[in-house]
Design a protein around this ligand. Sequence first.
Ligand code: NAP
Length: 261
Amino acid sequence: MSTQNPFSLAGKTALVAGASRGIGLAIGRETARAGARTILASRSLTALAGAARLLRAEGFQAEAIELDVANRESREKAAEALPPLDILINVAGINQRKKFANYTPAEYQRIMDTNLNGIFELTQLVGRGMVERGLGGKIVNIGSLMSVAGLPFVTVYAISKAGIAGLTRSLAAEWGRYNIQVNCIAPGFIVTDLNREMWQLPQMQAWLKGVQAMPRTGTPEEIAAVAVFLASPASNYVTGQVIQVDGGYTTTAVWPYEVPE
Ligand code: NAP
């Protein structure tokens, strides 16, 4: 039996694209703590450098690099500066809640360029290197509940996140021959800057208690743990999956009916 810890990322190099705060920052911290040389990337170089410094002070390997996934020049510049990667974790994402009829073409384009088009092209750039090295690899995409279900006022975001699920399944099928596993995490309701205001509304908290097995919002760390699993050898036979980490939202409901003891 192997004595290696299958959850260890020791000896691996990981890029976390969209790591300045929220879910991406939690993932970057956990990949570094699991042993990976972790490169934190986003548009906010100062925040990233601060996070990397703290991780190095804890004794882990972390660096920062500037990257705007929605900008081709920025993607290419970052890709040139990167070391060979074993793990790519695509987290960058934005949302704008509006009625379907009111989205402007510019708003549509901005969300799609960040959440889907930019991720597509970054994965091409970085994935090419993984294929050429021939050492296999791990690609973890952060999708959403909207990868598998619908809610009002987020149509453009939903289109982009459904696209991420499609990219995950199809690329997994194509790159299995290179021992590259491609998976997607579909987080449920995780409180971050993206939605903090909405989750402060009492009616939202009350609603959540009735709709899912775990009657609470989730934390970025609860997503990061699954990301480490999907970046590690522990998941070597898992590919093409959209894994819902959502307190049971997409699979459970609770009702007021009770039975006697
Ligand atoms: P957040 O706190 O707003 O963080 C978003 C991250 O994406 C930041 O690090 C941001 O960095 C980065 N980002 C945005 N645009 C970027 C760009 N053009 N280039 C590079 N990085 C960019 O939101 P979050 O909740 O952690 O969301 C992270 C991911 O999880 C997103 O893909 C989101 O759709 C997904 N998600 C979140 C939830 C939830 O409930 N929170 C649920 C499902 C899915 P900079 O601003 O520094 O560039």
